[in-house]
Ligand binder design. Sequence first.
Ligand SMILES: *Cc1c(COP(=O)(O)O)cnc(C)c1O
Length: 384
Amino acid sequence: MILGHAHPDVMAAVQDAASRGFSFGTPSENEVLLAEEIVSRVEPVEQVRLVSSGTEATMSAVRLARGFTGRSKVVKFAGCYHGHVDALLAHAGSGVATFALPDSAGVPTSAAGETIVLPYNDVEALETAFAEHGSEIACLITEASPGNMGVVPPEEGFTEALRRVTAAHGALLISDEVMTGFRCSRSGWYGLEGPYSGGAPDLFTFGKVMGGGFPAAAFGGRADIMSHLAPLGPVYQAGTLSGNPVATAAGLATLRGCTPEVYTRLDEVSRTIADAASAALSAEGVPHLVQWAGSMFSVFFTSEGSRPAQTGVVRDYDDARAQDLPAFGAFFHSMLDSGVHLPPSAFEAWFVGASHDDEAVGRVLDALPAAARAASASRGRMAG
Ligand SMILES: *Cc1c(COP(=O)(O)O)cnc(C)c1O
């Protein structure tokens, strides 16, 4: 909740919208205004369609890419999570990583069989996969800056390599900004890293922040691609509750509340917390790495002898999985005992919100030394 829970402006917008009706099954004013707000913030997004969850956004974007290109294969990266779309639940991060499930039960081989999974930040693997399957690949979908294996930002030039290689093979590039959108900056990760010399991603997906805590998400991009959606084009997509008037009121009020001052404050608060966490861990001799994407960050508890311990960076899912998970668990529970609820997995990003005032930040800082001691005591202990 980028503005904090039950922000008065968002509350007022929701109450006003709800008092006028919950659902009309037809576009409503807030839906149009929210779409305009998104288009005005993310320059390559010419048209946008609203849906109700990030999962729907990525599912629809992939269908559109397949319909547009007439191809079937999809490339994704290990450790990237794009919602619980069957075809994208291969080597996904987030909850799937937390529970160490290689894949999900209930996903037939046929659904994931058109999915090619590559290691993140590896241009060579990317080029090899496209050299082999390029003419069958409809799209490559990536988290704009991955946050579902912990924060693992693209290395310098990696996003541009994605653009170059997909374009060379006639495949679309989908930038999944469901997590980073309107959080990393007012224009999401694109606002921090773009524009790209080789051109922008073709399609973007959004969710989370843009719903203001309600079910609203979106996908959008080049108008010539979006025009392939029904009713103008042959790619079917619809949703009874898409662009719901209450959800879009919350999203619109949230985005309007995300002023430049809010983003500055998020940057400051996240630095303060991350620096203090790092200092507390260092004081207890707990090896760790902090990685950033705008104000999103994560603290990786590096295991002795692992690749990240040697290279000083977590660059892909294998690196992320090499973490000392018991150390994270001990750290997390100590923080929780002190009343600080961190993201409950070593594979999640830490977010701050505009309501984290100095008193709240003080509580977090006060809780860190004991948590660092707990992490130190549990280091290298085997899970289970
Ligand atoms: C959360 C997330 C999704 C899925 O969104 P839901 O609203 O949970 O379906 C998709 N992509 C990314 C990058 C996410 O972080």
